[in-house]
Design a protein around this ligand. Structure first.
Ligand code: GDP
Ligand code: IMO
Ligand code: MG
Length: 431
């Protein structure tokens, strides 16, 4: 029987999914991305090198690992080729990468429309990555989208492109943007097809074949975070897919029966980029200190991330929804030096205490965090390898996180490097 493991972001993204995926990818036969696109920015650090990946799975550094961009993703072929070129420039040339024929394809008009919709929103803008993720998923669900497999059938691709541009050009013109020409998009995408064609295939078939093979280890790499989930996040300040482990079967093309172990990646505090309510947000020098110590600036856009205390209301909610079996608590080292650390355990909404997030952002914006306080620690913990060796107050903090979220901590990260990882529950080493 094969082993599977899902890595899911449990807050507002950038929790450290790239690091955790890479940690397990060193022993995975397959790493599969199942949603999102190049709105992600996953950082991987090992042997003194730092890499940032957008749509390519974080198993790309291991020549024996098969990397798959699943059907649930929105794939921008321009960006994939650019990412591969960047990797080649850094000597990463020996890899296995496949892209689903059924993955939605980001077309040139998607980022243009993303930018235009954002401009029209004025102060109410979502703060998207402007990669065209929302428009590409909209086209998928309105059944007008194009898919990666279309690149393998030039005549069909041209027909779909002509039909799409007839409508899209009207919209582009309405928004004051330059219309696109069929011929130039066709030529650009056919040139991309030449480069990516050999990688585009029925990836669901590949994952299912691997699942049926004894002793294969298959890792599913989520992007974004549960609070950015299109269904369960802080709508409308969300992305256009669901990062949940529940999306894996659909987004990779497998049966739900294969999913059991789910690692929820969570920072030891919270961050958010882009707009939308954030109950535990800090506006003081404590938040500024965490931002500087944690280098909390976006990997893709360089935007400063908003900082807040750990939110256990969010933790309980996302653990339940995403089926999280263990936490990976990240960036614990960044909290070193604080006198007191707060954890939000409930919200107060209009004078009443509530235990899970309300559905509208209007209500969420009125929620006041109810905090408990924990004593901090001063020691540098970046070289610690065993849980027992952490300062007593750091251990107490971790145990408190388990208690208030009702979910055990399986691993802890004390620095960006692959080696700066503490396994707390040896169960995880079975993968
Ligand atoms: P992802 O999108 O979930 O993969 O996360 P990002 O890569 O966008 O952001 C996480 C950032 O934190 C990256 O810069 C990582 O190198 C860094 N990082 C990950 N784990 C740790 C940690 O334990 N300590 C510190 N100091 N940095 C970390
Ligand atoms: P990783 O995988 C953090 C945020 C954007 C914006 C909202 C919608 O690196 O954790 P989109 O471009 O998806 O339509 O933007 O979602 N967002 C992320 N924030 N990490 C990410 O990915 C994100 N992907 C999207 O900032 O608020
Ligand atoms: Mg990121």
């Amino acid at each position: 029987m094969s082993e599977t493991l899902v890595v899911v972001g449990s807050q507002w993204g950038d929790e450290g999914k790239g690091k955790i995926t890479d940690y397990f990818a060193t022993r995975a036969d397959m790493v599969v991305r199942y949603q999102g696109g190049n709105n992600a920015g996953h950082t991987v650090v090992f042997d003194g090198n730092k890499y940032s990946l957008q749509s390519i799975p974080s198993g790309i550094f291991n020549p024996k690992t098969v990397n798959i961009m699943g059907n649930g993703m929105v794939v921008n072929p321009v960006s994939v080729v650019a990412e591969l070129e960047k990797l080649h420039d850094r000597g990463i040339t020996d890899y296995q990468l496949y892209i689903s024929t059924r993955a939605a394809m980001v077309m040139p008009w998607h980022p243009m429309l993303d930018g235009a919709y954002e401009s029209q929103k004025g102060d109410a803008l979502i703060g998207t990555t402007k990669k065209g993720i929302g428009p590409a998923y909209s086209d998928k669900y309105s059944r007008t989208g194009m898919r990666m497999g279309d690149l393998l059938e030039p005549e069909y691709f041209r027909e779909r492109l002509e039909a799409a541009l007839e409508v899209k050009n009207m919209e582009l013109k309405m928004l004051g943007l330059e219309p696109l020409e069929v011929e130039s998009v066709y030529n650009e995408y056919m040139a991309l097809a030449e480069k990516l064609g050999p990688m585009i295939t029925d990836t669901s078939r590949m994952v299912n074949d691997a699942l049926r093979t004894a002793d294969k280890r298959i890792l599913f790499e989520g992007a974004q975070g549960m609070m950015l989930c299109i269904d369960h996040g802080t709508y409308p300040f969300v992305t256009s897919s669901s990062p949940s482990a529940a999306s894996v079967p659909v987004g990779a093309g497998i049966s739900p029966k294969w999913i059991n172990e789910v690692v929820g990646v969570a920072k030891a505090y919270c961050t958010r980029v882009g707009s939308g309510p954030f109950p535990t947000e800090l506006f003081d020098e404590i938040g500024d200190g965490i931002r500087e110590r944690g280098h909390e600036y976006g990997t893709v856009t360089g935007r400063p991330r908003r900082i807040g205390w750990f939110d256990a209301v969010v933790g309980r909610y996302t653990a339940e929804l995403a089926g999280i079996s263990h936490w990976a608590v990240m960036l614990l080292d960044v909290l070193s030096g604080l006198d007191t650390i707060k954890i939000c355990v409930a919200y107060e909404l209009d004078g009443k205490e509530i235990q899970s997030p309300p559905s509208t952002i209007a209500s969420l914006a009125r929620c006041k965090p109810v905090y408990i306080e924990m004593p901090g620690w001063k020691e540098d913990i970046t070289n610690i390898k065993n849980f027992e060796d952490l300062p007593e107050n750091a251990k107490a903090y971790i145990h408190k996180l388990e208690e208030v979220t009702g979910t055990p901590v399986g691993m802890i990260s004390v620095g960006p490097d692959r080696e700066q990882t503490i396994i707390v529950d040896p169960e995880l080493n079975k993968f």
